[in-house]
Design a protein around this ligand. Structure first.
Ligand code: ADP
Length: 633
């Protein structure tokens, strides 16, 4: 505050004093100038008149050459104060007579007869010259040197009086400015004190007193108004705070009621859907059985086709109803998972056998690749796992025209002794794929990647949402990766409890340098077989056709191939153990076994489990084909 006071005070004092002093200085300077000019004019005319008088007084004496009389006249001039030197010079330039000190001539400034202001101020003597005339003719010159130092004295006294006036005026100005300061600064000081109190005590009920109606008065008014507004706002805030809790509680109650109602409505809807689908399913099953019986009965081909059509349509209707039933059950919160011992590869094999015919009809390779470290038995819900995998394999087959579909199970846990495991289930296909921007949409209910999907492939768009919810209920997350035109992979990782680990075949029991030849079309099935041999340390040559086998591999220990290849190689590979790859209803393979030309039978769809069992038996020297033919078919 003192800084504010001093700075405003100083400014006010300077505002009054500076112009005052400048005005006084200017006025004093102007009057000194005027005084000097006037002095110069008066001095010049005085000296010129004196010079003229004496020039006529010495004219006769100069004319007659009477120097003594001329000196007498000059003495009279020299008696005049301020004239320090007088001199009479004849026409030849010689000094005829002079009086006073000649030295002054040396410090005489300016041009003769000219009184310059500068010279006057410097206090230098001035010289006046006038011609001496006799009978009209110029006979010589009279020169006067006068002292001008009295001007400085005059100016000095003028300056002193101007300074005294300036001092008196400055004191008066200062007193005046202090008076004004008091009027302005007191209210500001009061205002600042009040502001500090408000700030320190946070007390907005204080106000400051107004002492004038000028700008400082307005400042005080504005500040007081501001405090009034703050008080009002504080009161409003306080009352709002008081009612806020009540309002929030009211709103929450309303929202809870609305939420409960919405949930009840959804539940009722889902329950209605579930009941309805269930009710539809019962007569549907009856219709299906009847249509199946009808299609199997002896009918004219035309009517059999009708009956088959009814059966086919009934089946697809039943699958839709099953989806709706499942979905509504999940929505209604009736999804209960069972906890049972579950064989992962058994579930996969079941799914594969269910879809093998369809894959074969489309010319697709269907296989299952299960890592050796996947536990033999885990805890889980086999029915629901089967449902998820069936759904994914069904989709994969639906959206794949050429290539393959294969299921993999991998164990992602490194710690084998923890009793827990993270199993990754995945279904891969080489089908149409899903565009990147549509991939997340396929998990939404009733949503399909493409509008044309329904037209081309049918479906409700419920399969994946159901799978997703089931996987989530099992503690995993269903994910999809895909490349348009290249295929898709749907995968999920489940945390599982291990009930029994797998006992893989010991490598030592096989012996070293064993070799196997696989002659099968390229695809996941052939790769699964190759992996099963290689994981036991058996070297593998895998080719698509018989002609690609190099001669040294003809002596391989094992041959895995279709019936035709085994038959055609039979004579060349007498020491080789042959595994014929077959499928249900393939009588060629059966007869090869019966003729003991093949030692084992590997049924399509190929899965690692089936393949490992076959290898274990032939390595053990107990192939099914040699010891118990009856079990083969
Ligand atoms: P639906 O198959 O009955 O239409 P889904 O929920 O099973 O319903 O699948 C939703 C959509 O996801 C399908 O319509 C299809 O567009 C896409 N989709 C699912 N699986 C695949 C797949 N393997 N390849 C390509 N598209 C797929």
């Amino acid at each position: 505050m003192s800084r504010l006071t001093s700075s405003i005070g100083l400014k006010l004092a300077l505002t009054v004093l500076v112009p005052l002093l400048i005005a006084i200085t200017l006025i004093s300077g102007a009057s000194a100038w005027r005084e000097t000019v006037r002095y110069s004019e008066v001095k010049k005319s005085e000296l010129t008149a004196t010079a003229n008088v004496f020039a006529s007084a010495v004219a006769d004496h100069l004319g007659s050459g009477n120097r003594a009389d001329a000196l007498l006249s000059l003495r009279a001039i020299a008696a005049i104060p301020q004239i320090s030197y007088v001199e009479v010079v004849d026409n030849t330039g010689k000094t005829f007579a002079s009086m006073g000190s000649g030295v002054v001539l040396g410090r005489t400034g300016g041009v003769d007869n000219e009184l310059t202001l500068i010279d006057l101020l410097r206090g230098i003597s001035v010289k006046i010259k006038t011609p001496i005339r006799k009978s009209g003719a110029v006979i010589g010159t009279l020169a006067l040197v006068a002292d001008t130092s009295d001007l400085r004295q005059r100016l000095m006294s003028g300056f002193i009086s101007a300074s005294i006036i300036a001092m008196i005026t400055a004191i008066l100005g200062l007193a005046f400015s202090l008076r004004i300061q008091a009027g302005i600064l007191r209210p500001i000081k009061n205002l600042t004190t009040t502001m500090n109190q408000v700030r320190e005590k946070q007390d907005f009920s204080i106000s400051t007193e107004k002492s004038s109606n000028d700008e400082t008065g307005q400042l005080v008014d504005s500040f007081n108004d501001m405090l009034v507004n703050i008080r009002k706002r504080d009161r409003a805030l306080a009352s709002h705070m008081e009612t806020l809790e009540e309002t929030v509680a009211d709103r929450t109650k309303e929202l809870r009621v609305a939420k409960n109602r919405a949930e009840e409505a959804t539940l009722a809807k889902s329950e209605f859907l579930a009941t309805m689908s269930h009710e539809i399913r019962t007569p549907m099953n009856g219709m299906l059985v009847m249509s199946e019986l009808l299609a199997g009965a002896e009918l004219a081909p035309r009517y059999r086709r009708y009956a088959e059509l009814v059966m086919k349509s009934g089946k697809s209707l039943l699958s839709i109803i099953n989806d709706v039933l499942d979905y509504s059950k999940i929505e209604a919160g009736h999804l209960d998972l069972e906890i049972l011992p579950l064989e992962p590869d058994g579930v996969v094999d079941d799914v594969l056998s269910l879809f093998w015919q369809r894959a074969d009809d489309k010319g697709l390779d269907l296989a299952a690749d299960i890592s050796t470290d996947v536990p033999a038995i885990i805890e889980g819900d086999p029915t629901r796992l089967n449902q998820i995998l069936s759904n994914l394999v069904n989709n994969a087959l639906k959206f794949t025209e050429t290539g393959s579909v294969h299921v993999t199970i991998r164990n992602l846990s490194k710690d084998e002794n923890s009793g827990q495991s993270q199993l990754e289930f995945a279904v891969h296909d080489t089908g149409i794929g899903i565009a990147e921007d549509k991939i997340d949409k396929v998990f939404e209910s009733f949503s399909q990647a493409d509008q044309s999907t329904t037209r081309n492939y049918g479906g409700t768009g419920l399969g994946l949402p159901i799978c997703k919810r089931l996987v989530e209920a099992m503690g995993g997350e269903l994910k999809a990766t895909s490349k348009t035109g290249r295929g898709s992979t749907f995968s999920f990782v489940l945390p599982v409890k291990i009930l029994k680990s797998r006992n893989p075949l010991a490598r030592q029991s096989i012996g070293t340098n064993k070799k196997a030849v696989i002659v099968l079309p390229d695809g996941p099935g052939a790769i699964v077989i190759q992996n099963c041999f290689e994981e036991l340390g058996i070297s593998v040559m895998r080719v698509a056709e018989e002609k690609d086998i190099t001669p040294e591999w003809l002596s391989a220990d094992y041959l895995v191939a279709g019936p035709q290849v085994i038959e055609s190689l039979a004579l060349k590979i007498t020491k080789t153990l042959c595994v014929v790859v077959s499928q249900i209803g393939d009588f060629d393979a059966d007869s090869l076994i019966q003729q003991e030309r093949a030692h084992e039978l590997l049924m399509r769809p190929i899965s690692s489990t089936g393949c490992r069992d076959v290898i274990a038996r032939i390595v053990d020297g107990k192939p099914r084909g040699c010891n118990s033919r009856s079990t083969l078919v």
